[in-house]
Design a protein around this ligand. Structure first.
Ligand SMILES: Cc1cc2nc3c(=O)[nH]c(=O)nc-3n(C[C@H](O)[C@H](O)[C@H](O)COP(=O)(O)O)c2cc1C
Length: 321
C-alpha cells in the first residue's frame, strides 16, 4: 500500500497503533512495526525518563522498523519535558501527541528529524496542528475507545471534515477493527488508520489481563459507555457495574475530587492488569462489537489487508454492473 502516510513514516501499511495507556510497551509496538505498521510506546505510563529510555532500547532489539512514542501531554500534568528529551536523545523515528496544546512540543523538536502525528477530535485542533508543522493528523471519532472529543462527532462525519480542512495527510481513528474499516477510511479521504481497542485483543498485548481480552471479544457494540463527561474529559469504557457507578455519581453532581480515585490510572490498572472488575475499569471502543478473536498482530494485518483487497474487488463489481 502506498499513501503519503506510508511515505512519510517509512512503513509498509498506513496502520498506526494508538497510544494505549499502561498497555503499549515494546512487545506490542515491535509486533505492529514488524507487521508493517507503526507501533508505539506510551510515554505517559512509563513515568520516569530512564524507564522510557529502557523501553525504547528494548523495542530496538525487537525491531529495526520505524516506531513512535506517544505523548498524552495532559496526563503528565505538563511534566512531559524530561520524557520528550529522552525521545529526542534516542532519536526515535516518530512521536504522537494528544490531549493538550502541542505547541511546546513542536517548539522543542524544531530542527530534529522526528516525524509527528497529532491526535485530534475536531477540525480546529487539526488546523492548529497543521499550522504548528505536524506531519499528519489522526482524527478520532466518538466510537473510539479511551479519551474522546467533547462534541460527540462520529468518525464517518469527522474524517471527511478534517480531510477537507487540512492539506497534510489524515489518519482515521475510532471504530476501526478490520479490513472493511480500513477501506472505509480510505474511501473517506484518509490516508491511513489508527487503531486502539483492536490491538488490545492480540497475542502481543501481553500486559492486558485475559479477562479484559475476553470481555473485548465477547462484548457487543452496545457494551461500552462514556464516563467523565461531566468532568469535561469524556472517555469510552467497557460498560461494567463499576463504570455505571461512576456515571451515577456524576449524575448526582460528584466533582473531580470526589471521583479522583475511582477514575485514576490505578483503578484502570486494577482491571486491565488484575482483571478486578468490581474495583476498576477498562477503556474500550464500540468496535468491540466487531472483535471476536485474539490473533497475533501479523495475523491481524494479513486478515485486514486480505479483507480490504476483497472489498475493493467487490466494490469494483458494484460499479461495473
Ligand atoms: C485502552 C486504551 C488506552 C488508550 N490510551 C491512550 C493514550 O495513552 N494515548 C493516546 O494518545 N490515546 C490513547 N487511547 C486512544 C487510542 O490511541 C485511539 O485513539 C483509540 O483507541 C481509537 O479508537 P478505537 O479504540 O475504536 O480503535 C487509548 C485507547 C484505549 C482503548
Amino acid at each position: 500500500m502506498k499513501t503519503r502516510v506510508t511515505e512519510i513514516f517509512g512503513i509498509e501499511y498506513p496502520i498506526v497503533q494508538g497510544g494505549l495507556a499502561y498497555l503499549a510497551y515494546a512487545e506490542l509496538a515491535a509486533a505492529v512495526s514488524n507487521a508493517g505498521g507503526l507501533g508505539q510506546i506510551t510515554a505517559a505510563t512509563l513515568r520516569t525518563p530512564e524507564s522510557l529510555r529502557e523501553e525504547i532500547r528494548k523495542l530496538r532489539t525487537l525491531t529495526d522498523k520505524p516506531f513512535g512514542v506517544n505523548f498524552a501531554i495532559a496526563r503528565h500534568d505538563g511534566n512531559y519535558q524530561e520524557l520528550l528529551e529522552v525521545a529526542i536523545e534516542e532519536k526515535v523515528p516518530a512521536i504522537s501527541i494528544t490531549g493538550g496544546n502541542p505547541k511546546p512540543v513542536f517548539d522543542r523538536i524544531k530542527g530534529e528529524t522526528i516525524r509527528t502525528l497529532v491526535l485530534v477530535s475536531g477540525v480546529r485542533q487539526a488546523q492548529k496542528a497543521e499550522e504548528l508543522g505536524a506531519d499528519a493528523i489522526m482524527a478520532v471519532g466518538q466510537e473510539g475507545g479511551g479519551h474522546l472529543g467533547r462534541d460527540d462527532i462520529g468518525t464517518m462525519v469527522l474524517i471527511p471534515r478534517v480531510v477537507d480542512s487540512v492539506s497534510i495527510p489524515v489518519l482515521a481513528s475510532g471504530g476501526i477493527g478490520d479490513g472493511r474499516g480500513l477501506l472505509a477510511a480510505l474511501a473517506l479521504g484518509a490516508e491511513g488508520i489508527e487503531m486502539g481497542t483492536r490491538f488490545i485483543a492480540t497475542q502481543e498485548c501481553i500486559h492486558a489481563n485475559e479477562a479484559y481480552k475476553q470481555a473485548i471479544i465477547q462484548s457487543k457494540e452496545t457494551d461500552t459507555i462514556i464516563i467523565k463527561k461531566s468532568l469535561g474529559s469524556p472517555g469510552r469504557v467497557l460498560k461494567t457495574g463499576y463504570a455505571l457507578d461512576i456515571i451515577e455519581r456524576e449524575q448526582k453532581g460528584a466533582t473531580y475530587e470526589d471521583l479522583k480515585e475511582m477514575i485514576s490510572g490505578m483503578a484502570n490498572c486494577r482491571y486491565i492488569y488484575d482483571g478486578n472488575e468490581s474495583e476498576g475499569f477498562g477503556w474500550a471502543g464500540q468496535v468491540i462489537g466487531l472483535i471476536n478473536s485474539i490473533p497475533t498482530v501479523q495475523e491481524l494485518f494479513d486478515e485486514m489487508i486480505n479483507q480490504a483487497e476483497k472489498g475493493i474487488s467487490r466494490m469494483g463489481r458494484i460499479f461495473e454492473e
